[in-house]
Design a protein around this ligand. Structure first.
Ligand code: PLP
Ligand code: COI
Length: 340
């Protein structure tokens, strides 16, 4: 185990020793290897650089009490990576290749998987980029698939402590655009609104549906959920948000384990006062309670600005209990890695 202050990790880049890399040329994936080199040497004409032809994923490895390591719903990340690649006309990574690459990366960097009980995890970032000599707006002639990782702590400062968000006037995605896939352009579009929100001391901004600006879509790089006064779990349904694996997990857990009605539907701004609790959910965000939302001149507080609400806490305990191997999850959610 390496010497890191696991309990005080934030969400920042740390160079771990090994990463996976494979190259695609003339219709096939070649030359996969583990490397210590964390730099990429690519053509100045690479379409990833000019036209944003790239996509990525985010998943985590969790250290269990018995020292084994869990991967959470990795097959769903592999499938979403394919959907993203397809949308931007990039070659698909077969599911087995994706899983094999992630396993190799975790295995080689095992000393960086944080100890059980610290709350920290190993964040894994698969990345696919279009490279090669090119200048027209066309799919790239070559591709690089790489997977790297680093230990992380809370994404939104405070973890389970509520933080506040502000509704943005900007959109991160267009109604029929690329909001539902995990491509860099969506995140480039979110940099300025995110910066403006943070400069006003909010954790991040909330995006509305781009067509009508009447409904909540996303919470920065996470999905939104709310708990109604009559104990329903509600999360937005929209073709322009990222289909969050955490969100689908919470829909299932709210229904099957907490006995709640769990709904994917519209979350109108005008109805925010029907929620007693609200939160952001995602791989990086885990479950981050929302204290309040600033909408123009109005500040809507949910459960509390300082305390996590009871339903949010139960969902958090159930989700993270499954991820860290303390609670049995639904079939197929956990892939166990036994590191020798
Ligand atoms: N929405 C956006 C824009 C994201 O970047 C993420 C992070 O992956 C999520 C939602 C949450 O998705 P998931 O739960 O699959 O990590
Ligand atoms: C994730 O939760 O994996 C994300 O992709 C968020 C990230 C953009 C920081």
């Amino acid at each position: 185990m390496v010497n890191i202050d696991w309990k005080n990790l934030g969400f920042s880049y740390i160079k771990t020793p090994y990463r996976y890399i494979a190259r695609w040329k003339d219709g096939e994936w070649l030359d996969s290897e583990m490397t210590e080199d964390n730099t990429l040497h690519i053509s100045e004409g690479s379409p990833a650089l000019h036209y944003g032809q790239q996509c990525f994923e985010g998943l985590k490895a969790y250290r269990c009490k018995d020292n084994t390591i869990n991967l959470f719903r990795i097959g769903d990340n592999a499938k979403r990576f394919q959907t993203s690649a397809q949308r931007l006309m990039m070659p698909l990574i077969p599911e087995e290749m994706f899983i094999d690459a992630v396993k190799q990366v975790v295995d080689c960097n095992e000393a960086y998987v944080p100890p059980y009980g610290t709350g920290a995890t190993l964040y894994i970032r698969p990345l696919l980029i279009g490279v090669g000599d090119s200048i027209g707006v066309n799919p790239a002639p070559e591709y690089i698939f790489t997977v790297f990782c680093m230990p992380v702590g809370a994404y939104f400062k405070g973890g389970l402590k509520p933080t506040n968000f502000i509704v943005s006037d900007y959109d991160r995605a267009a109604p029929e655009g690329t909001g539902a896939v995990k491509v860099g352009g969506n995140y480039a579009a979110s940099l300025l609104p995110g910066k403006e929100a943070k400069s006003r001391k909010f954790s991040d901004c909330i995006y509305l549906d781009p067509a009508t600006h009447t409904k909540i879509e996303e919470v920065g790089a996470a999905n939104f959920f709310g708990i109604t006064k009559d104990n329903k779990f509600i999360t937005p349904k929209s073709p322009s948000i990222l289909p969050s694996i955490t969100k689908y997990s919470l829909l299932e857990l709210a229904k099957d384990r907490l006995g709640m009605e769990a709904i994917e539907g519209d979350v109108y701004l005008k109805d925010l006062d029907k929620f007693t609790e609200a939160g952001a959910c995602g791989t990086a965000a885990v479950i981050s309670p929302i204290g309040g939302i600033q909408l123009k001149d109005k500040f809507q507080v949910f459960y509390s600005e300082t305390e996590v609400g009871p339903v949010t806490k139960r969902l958090y305990d159930e989700l993270t209990g499954i991820q860290f191997g303390d609670i049995e999850g639904p079939e197929g959610w956990i892939m166990k890695l036994i590191v020798e």
